[in-house]
Design a protein around this ligand. Structure first.
Ligand SMILES: NC(=O)C1=CN([C@@H]2O[C@H](COP(=O)(O)OP(=O)(O)OC[C@H]3O[C@@H](n4cnc5c(N)ncnc54)[C@H](O)[C@@H]3O)[C@@H](O)[C@H]2O)C=CC1
Ligand SMILES: O=C(CO)COP(=O)(O)O
Length: 341
């Protein structure tokens, strides 16, 4: 099926980027947002000055504050609001959907009640609609400038996967397919925690070996958690896993990395989040994942250390040093299990 009309729910940086790619691909795209001024600016100036200043958007992209106008007749609806708002926003239009309208989440977060990922929230609210997840190393500010990037569309529905590959693929954006919705989505949420950790390690002036150690051990920790929750760890080797982990753990364009960096410089969590002024999903994800790890007795030293720094005011340098003195461990636990070292 060739998608004729798409809706994007959310007026922030990533929603605007997805809407702009669709418009570049000549798909009639309507982006919904709450803010009248931003909508007017997209329609009249072809820019979103609040989130993507200095970026020229495709003039064919239209924005609206009328939710029903946005979703009416759209074959696919991308949901791109922060995780804490997904349920409220999608519930406000779910009764208007017809069963063939597909929903694709771009949101990298977790709902604490029931530890639900966003596709699970969508499936709960809209049980008759096909659901997918878009996730990968996709810093909005780079894609907005049409720098080359790739992503993953994950869904159990092969028509949805193919339709989204068709709709979003263009000379600067390549879309790979996965049928592991849970693994793709879980890795997108988890990597935000490790981007915060990498941020404070960078602020402390630690070297490249340290950064490499943090990224690789983060992958080990994420995979351990994923396996305990029944996910396929092989998915973590793809763009939505390693790919997104590397970019958010190394780029100051990542908001999660920036929150970590500010804390490493001695700012409080509240100061770091205020200064950012955009969503850093990893802060809440850290709380929920720590609780889940404690509940299921999953060994996650980086998560536990990061929690102490963010929420209990522990000194990041002392916590980092403490991580060096844990029990002797296995490098790749799928090859040498922890119990066999
Ligand atoms: N910015 C990026 O590089 C990427 C972000 N993401 C994910 O996409 C999701 C959205 O992120 P961004 O667009 O970057 O966030 P953002 O902070 O740039 O914008 C969030 C937008 O959602 C709106 N919003 C918040 N609550 C709302 C509500 N109740 N009703 C209506 N609108 C509401 C805000 O007004 C704002 O326009 C996050 O989960 C993020 O992790 C995924 C890939 C890349
Ligand atoms: O998910 C992202 C890039 O893939 C964006 O990361 P931040 O939310 O940390 O900016």
């Amino acid at each position: 099926m060739v998608i004729q009309k798409a809706a994007v729910i959310g007026g922030g940086s990533f929603g605007t980027v997805v809407a702009n790619i669709l418009a570049d691909n000549h798909i009639h795209t309507v982006q919904w947002m709450r803010n009248d001024d931003v909508a007017r600016s997209i329609n009249e100036q072809h820019s979103n000055p609040q989130y993507l200043p200095d970026v020229s958007l495709n003039p064919a992209l239209t924005a609206t504050t009328d939710l029903l106008d946005a979703i009416r007749g759209a074959e696919v609806i991308f949901v791109s609001v922060p995780s804490k708002s997904v349920r409220e926003v999608v519930s406000s239009f779910s009764a208007e959907l017809t069963p063939e309208q597909a929903l694709v989440s771009t949101t990298k977060g977790i709902e604490p009640d029931g530890f639900l990922l966003m596709s699970q929230v969508l499936a709960e609210i809209c049980p008759d609609n096909p659901v997918g997840v878009l996730s990968g190393p996709n810093l909005a500010k780079e894609i907005a400038k049409r720098e080359l990037a790739a992503t993953v569309i994950a869904s159990e529905n092969s028509d949805l996967r193919r339709n989204i590959q068709e709709a979003l693929s263009c000379p600067y954006f390549r879309v790979y397919a996965s049928n592991d919705l849970y693994g793709v989505e879980l890795s997108g949420a988890l990597k935000n925690i490790y981007a915060i950790v990498s941020g404070f390690v960078a602020a402390l002036g630690m070297g490249e070996n340290t950064r490499s150690m943090i990224i690789t051990r983060s992958l080990a920790e994420m995979s351990r958690f994923a396996v305990a929750l029944g996910a396929n760890p092989l998915t973590f080797l793809g763009l939505a896993g390693v790919g997104d982990l590397v970019v958010t753990c190394t780029s100051p364009l990542s908001r999660n990395y920036r929150v970590g960096y500010a804390i490493g410089q001695g700012k409080s969590l509240a100061e770091a989040v205020d200064e950012l002024g955009e969503v850093a999903e990893g802060v809440n994800t850290l709380r929920y994942v720590r609780a889940k790890a404690q509940e299921l007795s999953i060994y996650m030293p980086l998560v536990m250390g990061a929690y102490e720094v963010l929420f209990n005011g522990a000194n990041p340098r002392v916590v980092a040093q403490g991580l060096m003195t844990g029990e002797h461990a296995s490098d790749v636990e799928f090859a040498l299990p922890r119990c066999d070292i």
